[in-house]
Ligand binder design. Structure first.
Ligand SMILES: Nc1ncnc2c1ncn2[C@@H]1O[C@H](COP(=O)(O)OP(=O)(O)OP(=O)(O)O)[C@@H](O)[C@H]1O
Ligand SMILES: [Mg+2]
Length: 400
């Protein structure tokens, strides 16, 4: 279901901007518009639908219009033309009060410069948004503490911002946005100021957070690796216009034109890397355990299925949390709910041969060696992450 619908939205800067929209429709380019009309095209007739619960990445080179576009999503910038529908309601037709409500409850923004108040403690910084909404003190404390915990900063509330590293400060910025409990988080280059390793940690954490909270996240980056790692879908922009919208796989495999092709060509590692390079350690259980134990293991690890192996690590099948829950109720054994038909590949399988299987499989894809032993599992995120440049499982890579 879409939460945000962007219809034919343009933003032009300069004299006679409205007239400029007509010229865009006649096919004028950004360059021509600048030269002949002194109008800068910020955003050029963009259409997109953002679905509830997805991480939607907007990517493009500097000046391609990313920031201008998302600032229109909460009307920090007024569109020149087009419609911005939030839950079907046009943001441009809202009065001040309605708009303020939408900004608080629906769409919250995390800025690149974390903009923390230096003389307030971390906790007071996180509370800020609730404070200006006049939420009662005890209640906002509680919410702030919870959201600090969510970003992994439990116990840091009493520190001052300058006692925290850059990465931690960014987390505080994120916690502040989360404290409002908005439906949509807008993150404009939120991780760009961080050094690469911390940046990756933050990406992982954002994925985890999203998994837990099912927020809709609109994430801007000019970094393809980042886009491929975290995006459910990616919109690629050029000169204010959208060039392609698709899943990371679609962008990689079916680039819409030569511009996208050039954008992604450097990351074509799919012909070099194998399943062994990207597989993760699988979570397993043996068949002699009961469904109750299986459920507990899944709960503890935050996963929704478990591979079943025998004592020699031979793969027998997989069980799902749903089936295990039913089995507990109906006093069945693991054997009764075992799904034997598990998608699997050999460790030597090339990544470009894996895409289709991984993206269409309903169950996790197992990696099974020539002796039928389970050696790994292919996680979609890790697969794409590796294609974006980094090998996830260095130990395996060294031995492969
Ligand atoms: N207030 C403004 N007045 C005039 N032109 C503007 C204004 N804001 C943005 N622009 C122009 O609009 C275009 C898009 O800018 P925008 O900041 O949205 O790009 P971006 O993709 O976010 O770039 P970056 O990656 O550098 O942040 C650029 O050509 C920019 O010069
Ligand atoms: Mg920008």
């Amino acid at each position: 279901m879409s939460i945000l619908e962007i219809k034919n939205v343009s933003k032009l800067f300069g004299p006679n901007a409205e007239q400029g929209v007509k010229l865009l429709e006649q096919g004028w380019t950004k360059e021509k518009m600048a030269k002949e009309k002194q109008i800068t095209v910020g955003v050029n007739r963009v259409n997109m639908e953002i679905n509830q619960g997805e991480i939607f990445v907007i990517m493009g080179l500097s000046g391609s219009g990313k920031s201008t576009l998302v600032r229109m999503f909460n009307r920090l910038i007024e569109p020149t033309s087009g419609e911005i529908l939030v839950h079907g309601k046009d943001l441009r037709k809202m009065n001040k009060e309605q708009l303020r409500n939408a900004r608080r409850k629906t769409i919250s923004m995390v800025f690149q410069k974390f903009a923390l108040f230096p003389h307030r403690t971390v906790l007071e910084n996180v509370e800020y948004g609730l404070e200006i909404q006049k939420v009662a003190k005890a209640q906002r404390r509680e919410k702030a503490i919870t959201s600090l915990e969510l970003v992994g900063l439990k116990g840091w509330g009493d520190k001052m911002p300058d006692e925290l590293s850059g990465g931690m400060q960014q987390r505080v910025g994120l916690a502040r946005a989360l404290a409002n409990d908005p439906e949509v988080l807008l993150m404009d280059e939120a991780f760009s100021a961080l050094d690469p390793l911390i940046r990756r940690d933050m990406q992982d954490e954002l994925l985890e957070l999203q998994d837990k909270m099912k927020k809709t996240i609109i994430f801007i980056t000019h970094d393809l690796d980042e886009a491929l790692r975290i995006g459910d879908r990616i919109a690629l922009m050029k000169d204010g216009a959208v060039v392609q919208i698709g899943t990371p796989e679609e962008i990689m495999i079916q680039p819409a034109n030569s511009y996208v092709e050039r954008f992604v060509e450097d990351v074509d590692l799919s012909k070099v890397l194998t399943a062994a390079h990207v597989m993760r350690r699988p979570e397993t259980i043996t068949l002699d355990r009961g469904p109750r134990v299986a459920l507990e293991l899944m709960r503890e690890r935050g996963i929704s299925n478990l591979f079943v192996i025998d004592r020699s690590k031979k793969l027998l099948g997989i069980i799902t949390a749903e089936d295990a829950a039913t089995a507990v109720r109906q006093q069945q054994k693991l054997d009764d709910i075992l799904i034997k038909d598990v998608p699997y590949v050999a460790p030597e399988r090339m990544l470009n041969d894996l895409f289709e299987l991984v993206s269409t499989a309903k169950l996790p894809v197992a990696v099974v060696d020539e002796r039928e032993r389970l050696t790994g599992v292919i996680v979609r995120g890790a697969l794409l992450g590796a294609l974006a440049g980094g090998v996830e499982n260095e130990e395996v890579a060294l031995n492969a």
